[in-house]
Ligand binder design. Structure first.
Ligand SMILES: [Zn+2]
Length: 386
């Protein structure tokens, strides 16, 4: 069976060995005097970067060494930057050329300044020292608990950004993933319509609130479409954005809960292969519109990266017939699915909430791929999943 159709062999543990990159945000708390120095440093740096870009562009050269050769001395003398700041200003121009050489960039006066460990250093947990036009300056900074835990991992470049009258530092850090646990069992997850997700323990992650937001947008769309004005269009766009944000929050909430549950019980998480979801016949055309593929994909992506971070294995299984197969006896028949909500087996009479039945099938398919885990499973499960 090809990995794309499911299976929990190693191939299905997607991108398992990559470490994860996250961006940390820290806010600087400058005095009013420091503030002025920071702003003029940013302005000088960006003017130098624009100069470097123009020098390179006019000469038809776009690499760091070639622009360095032409512009470095002048940047040092004319803009009063330190050696490393001059290198970084040229670097900013070079980065832009990497994306597009067809036009010469002019950087915003208060655009981002790239620092590295030669011109920036953290002093303890609440101070940072930055090179500025007035020399080294020590600034107070604040950050969330989440940033603090990872603070020691900051290496390489840090961007100084001015936004909404505030100064921020952005640093990308590599988070090594936890070594994955050896799962004792799997939590099967069924993605659905009424319930966004249902797990094989029987927990449901409701989509009620989301459905309300969605319905409101569709009603408004109908009335706005009649007017067809520009402001109506704008309002529709805004509502679409709000719905997408809401959905993302819901997906974060659900994925957090699933990973927490898995972690607390030493289990892996089994998900349906997305390909199967698109083809699933029980999802009628009008329901499909409700749950566009990206929403499912987003939830799965969230589960994957959060699980990886926590050392929880994720398995993708074949989703075919999970909704019409009996999770008690393994009998598969279309009529088993009495309605959207109810499952009742024609063969053994087992009845259960339809989503929960599907989630139990997902779990069983993950278990059966791992015979070493089968000892933990009741015998009925083993036979039916094949
Ligand atoms: Zn049955």
């Amino acid at each position: 069976m090809p990995p794309s159709v499911g299976g929990v062999d190693c191939g299905a543990f997607r991108s398992y060995n990559e470490s994860m990159k996250i961006t940390l945000q820290m806010q600087l708390v400058p005095t009013s005097e420091q503030r002025e120095v920071l702003l003029s440093t940013m302005e000088r740096f960006n003017a130098a970067a624009s100069f470097a870009a123009k020098t390179g562009f006019d000469a038809g050269v776009f690499s760091q060494p070639s622009i360095h050769k032409l512009a470095y001395q002048e940047i040092r003398s004319r803009f009063g930057l330190s050696a490393q700041m001059a290198v970084r200003a040229i670097g900013k121009a070079v980065e832009t050329f990497k994306r597009d050489r067809s036009k010469c960039p002019a950087f915003k006066p208060r655009g981002a300044v790239t620092y590295d460990e030669r011109i920036l250093s953290f002093k303890g947990l609440d101070k940072v020292s930055l090179w500025t036009l007035s020399g080294r300056m020590v600034l107070a900074m604040v950050y969330g608990e989440y940033q603090g835990q990872r603070f020691d991992r900051i290496k390489g470049q840090v961007d100084l950004v001015y936004r909404g009258s505030k100064f921020y530092l952005y640093a990308t850090v590599d988070l090594p993933d936890k070594a994955p646990i050896e799962p004792k069992d799997w939590i099967g997850v069924d993605l659905g319509i009424v319930n966004l997700a249902t797990d094989s323990d029987g927990n449901t992650y409701s989509g009620d609130a989301l459905e309300k937001v969605r319905r409101r947008r569709h009603e408004s769309r109908r009335s706005y479409q009649k007017t067809g004005t520009k402001s109506a269009k704008r309002r529709l766009k805004k509502m679409a954005r709000r719905e997408a944000n809401f959905r993302r929050n819901e997906n974060h909430r659900i994925s957090n809960e699933l990973v927490r549950l898995a972690k607390g019980t030493d289990r892996g998480i089994a998900l349906e292969d997305l390909k199967g979801i698109r083809e699933r016949t029980t999802v009628r055309a009008r329901d499909r519109a409700k749950h566009s593929g990206w929403a499912f994909a987003q939830l799965q992506a969230f589960v994957c990266y959060k699980a990886k971070r926590a050392g929880i294995p994720v398995a993708f299984v074949d989703a075919r017939n999970t909704s019409r197969t009996c999770s008690a006896c393994g009998h598969c028949e279309k009529d088993n699915r009495k309605s959207q909500a109810d499952f009742a087996c024609k063969h053994c009479g087992f009845s259960e909430n339809a989503d929960r039945n599907a989630a139990r099938n997902v779990r069983a398919r993950a278990v059966v791929k791992r015979p070493d885990l089968a000892a933990n499973v009741d015998p009925g499960l083993r036979s039916r999943a094949s």
